[in-house]
Design a protein around this ligand. Structure first.
Ligand code: GDP
Length: 491
């Protein structure tokens, strides 16, 4: 029965085998200490080497982060454009600009953190409008939020064509030998970035970017699978993650801790609606249609998937069918002692939830299971960087991660995050074409990892950028995604 209830009496390893540091204030970020009581035991463990690398990264963040003399000198240099300085303090920086929906921004944050570790840079995240409301500080004794007085003018508007973009400073101007000339370099890693900019994935850090003190990165997704394609990082990544199928899972448990406001929303909902059930099923519904109007074929797809995978029971013929049959209907069976299943539905629209709930109200389940259906919010429309919507969205991703089995919508980064946070292998509903239920309606995923939606299609070692390659079979453990054939995921 209820995982949290059953396990909360036992003493748990709150610090996850050394992944987390002790010494944080427990009051200011309760999720860091409480989530272990709400989540399943970790199915993948961090290696001692990774833990050591995390401690080194924390030390770097403290030594060079905002408020230090080193940070002040580095930001003065960025402001003045003083050239030909080596990174005298041994401090270089990765500034992350995140954008698009919350799922995109979370994948970007985990990716940037991994990249910062690989390249010995201090990670500073642009807070956008809501980042500070959503997550606690991950590093002790310093902040990961980019200071509001960050001196680079107009940095939020940097785009693919910026003079400082990787594509422009390397390929077009052929200035690869003089990287310390640059005040900063901008890595444009949007999923639709040009080949020249995606070549940044192949940068052998030691040769070029290494000498650039400030790197500003913009990405809207998960780039970890692509980092595995770069020979320069291969060995280090292998030491950090001997198992490749759980990179986001482990990184997110380290890095992402919801603030008390969000955590309160998570735990109140869990305790009220999910805790008591024998089993929890998550259904994440993301419909990429205009105005997020309800559509019948998506409901059909959900039910076809839950039926095919035996995730939800069928129902007996319903009340209110033919009048003449009423006298023949047996009395309802008692549900005392029956197995209970709580279904957590998330989505912008409430119609799917209402329809499934009504189905189990009007009719008994065929196997006698008691099915309850719950949806925390129905926001109708997506609003970017809206504080309350982001908080709800984050709470819902965490709630999804606390279920036992999960059905997600293909292409959705919201679903990727809910899945990977929980270490769940999802059933992914393939994105429908022509308003028809795809056959099969869903596929069991290869792993819990998120999909990298805009990887490069060239091989780093040869840099034959005009020859398109299927990067999904270049290295072991990197495969084409289930829901997007041109995406890449770790398995
Ligand atoms: P994606 O567009 O499916 O890849 O996911 P994102 O999270 O990047 O962007 C979708 C945005 O729409 C979210 O950040 C939310 O603001 C909103 N949204 C989409 N689905 C839901 C949902 O199920 N619940 C809530 N609260 N918001 C949602």
């Amino acid at each position: 029965a209820g995982l949290a209830a059953a396990e909360s009496s036992k003493k748990k390893d709150v610090l996850l085998g050394g992944l987390l540091l002790s010494g944080f204030d427990q009051q200011s970020c309760a999720s860091r200490y409480q989530s272990v009581y709400y989540r399943k035991n970790m199915t993948r463990s961090p290696t001692p080497y990774l833990i050591d690398r995390l401690r080194r990264q924390e030390a770097l963040q403290r030594r060079c982060g905002p408020g230090t003399d080193a940070y002040r000198r580095a930001s003065d240099r960025l402001k003045s454009g003083q050239k030909n300085v080596d990174t005298v303090d041994g401090c270089s920086y990765l500034v992350l600009l995140s954008y698009r929906g919350l799922g995109n921004r979370i994948l970007a944050a985990a990716s940037a953190f991994l990249y910062a570790m690989l390249t010995d840079r201090v990670l500073l995240v642009d807070r956008g409008k809501t980042m500070g409301d959503l997550f606690c500080e991950p590093f002790p004794g310093t902040t990961w939020l980019l200071p509001l007085d960050f001196p680079l003018q107009g940095y939020k508007d940097l785009g693919e064509d910026a003079a400082e973009s990787y594509g422009n400073v390397t390929t077009l101007r052929n200035e690869t030998g003089e990287s310390s000339e640059h005040r900063f370099v901008y890595m444009h890693l949007d999923h639709a970035a040009s080949v020249e900019n995606k070549l940044a994935y192949c940068d052998d850090h030691r040769q070029f970017l290494h000498r650039v003190q400030w790197v500003v990165m913009r990405t809207d997704g998960y780039i970890a699978p692509v980092l595995f394609l770069n020979p320069a990082y291969k060995q280090e990544l292998h030491r950090m993650f001997p198992r490749k199928d759980s990179v986001f899972y482990i990184v997110s448990r380290y890095l992402l801790h919801p603030t008390n406001d969000v955590w309160g929303m998570v735990t109140r909902f869990y305790d009220s609606y999910l805790k008591g059930a024998d089993e929890r099923l998550g259904i994440q519904i993301r419909v990429f249609v205009k105005d997020d109007k309800p559509v019948q074929h998506i409901l059909d797809q959900i039910l076809a998937c839950t039926s095919q995978e035996r995730l939800l029971p069928g129902v007996l013929p319903s009340v209110g069918g033919s009048r003449s049959g009423e006298a023949l209907r047996p009395p309802p069976t008692t549900t005392a002692g029956a197995r209970s299943k709580a279904v957590l539905v998330t989505g912008l629209n409430g119609w799917y939830h209402d329809s499934i709930r009504e189905m189990y109200w009007r009719s008994a389940s065929a196997n006698g299971e008691v099915v309850s259906v719950h949806q925390p919010s129905r926001e109708e429309h997506q609003r970017m960087f809206h504080r309350m919507q982001d908080m709800k969205a984050l709470a819902e991703m965490y709630l999804l991660s606390m279920t036992d089995k999960i059905v997600t919508s293909g292409w959705s980064t919201f679903g990727y995050v809910g899945t990977a946070l929980g270490g769940l292998t999802p059933y992914i509903m393939i994105k429908p074409e022509n308003e028809e239920v795809p056959d099969p309606p869903c596929k069991r995923a290869m792993s819990m990892e998120p999909c990298a939606q805009g990887p490069p299609y060239f091989e780093c070692t040869r840099k034959e950028v005009d020859k398109l390659l299927d990067t999904g079979n270049l290295v072991p453990h990197v495969r084409a995604c289930e829901d997007m054939s041109w995406g890449l995921k770790l398995t």
